[in-house]
Design a protein around this ligand. Structure first.
Ligand code: URA
Length: 264
């Protein structure tokens, strides 16, 4: 049977991390120091997240949800109801499903990607295709679960042929993401790729240069540290040890920030 640590070790290896993790010792062969109790069994996997609160979809498309209604949304469910029928930019009419974002509404760690792809458009959920599988593995390697984080995108509707959203499309959607961030109040945002870095932090320099460098953004009067890293789809295309190691370093920096003692 696979040792419980093996999957974690394999994920770290895939991310290019070697030498950090000791090879798991097969349980049958594990040496037992004389007179000591056997090590405790690993903790059971976390309970599945509670079902999200039910929400009522809007009766019909809302060409442009009023900014006042977006600002007034008091919960993520309210916000989703307010904007879900949005047709404010050319992406709206082309979508199969609106991809609002998902995760813990009080997540300390938030990921922001570019925009839904084909799988996300079909399912109405962010990062559920190949790039999402890699993102899930990376989150798991940090010792977290996807459900404990929040995952959203710059645009909530799929750009045709998975092209980069235009600045106009991104800016039309940005007010929604800002309200989402205000409601979630994450302690750290990790941006995935160049588009969320440009739209959230106004940084147009290449992601290769900017990744790994802490930024700060202001959302709703709060300053939030932002760690830019590569998009998982780029990691899959450019599957070199350097790229994987870079992403791993960036994610670890974000996790270390979250784990730092409260008064530091
Ligand atoms: N790429 C993104 O940027 N976001 C998704 O949700 C999926 C793929």
């Amino acid at each position: 049977m696979e040792h419980p640590l093996q999957a974690w070790r394999d994920t770290l290896r895939e991310l290019g991390v070697v030498g950090l993790v000791r090879e798991p010792v097969a349980q049958a062969e594990a040496p037992q120091p004389a007179g000591r109790a056997a090590p405790e069994a690993p903790p059971p996997p976390p309970a599945p997240p509670a079902a999200p609160a039910a929400y009522a979809p809007p009766a019909g498309p809302v060409a442009c949800p009023p900014a006042a209604a977006v600002r007034a949304a008091a919960t993520l469910t309210d916000l989703q109801c307010t904007i879900e029928g949005c047709l404010a930019c050319p992406l709206g009419p082309g979508r199969m499903k609106f991809v609002f974002g998902e995760g813990d509404p009080a997540a300390r760690l938030m990921f922001v990607g570019e925009g839904p792809g084909r799988d996300e458009d079909l399912q109405g959920r962010p990062f559920v295709g190949k790039a999402g599988e890699l993102l899930d593995k990376m989150i798991g390697a940090l010792g977290l679960t996807r459900e404990a984080t929040y995952i959203a995108n710059i645009v909530k509707c799929r750009p045709p042929d998975n092209r980069t959203p235009t600045p106009e499309e991104a800016r039309t959607c940005l007010g929604y993401l800002h309200r989402q961030i205000e409601l979630i109040r994450p302690d750290v945002i990790v941006t995935l790729g160049a588009t969320p870095l440009r739209e959230l932090a106004g940084i147009t320099e290449g992601i290769t240069k900017m990744r790994g460098q802490w930024q700060r953004i202001q959302v709703g009067g709060r300053e939030i540290p932002l760690m830019p890293t590569f998009h998982p789809a780029y990691v899959l295309r450019q599957y070199t040890q350097d790229v994987r190691r870079a992403v791993w370093q960036d994610l670890q920096a974000a996790k270390e920030w979250l784990d730092r003692p409260a008064d530091s």
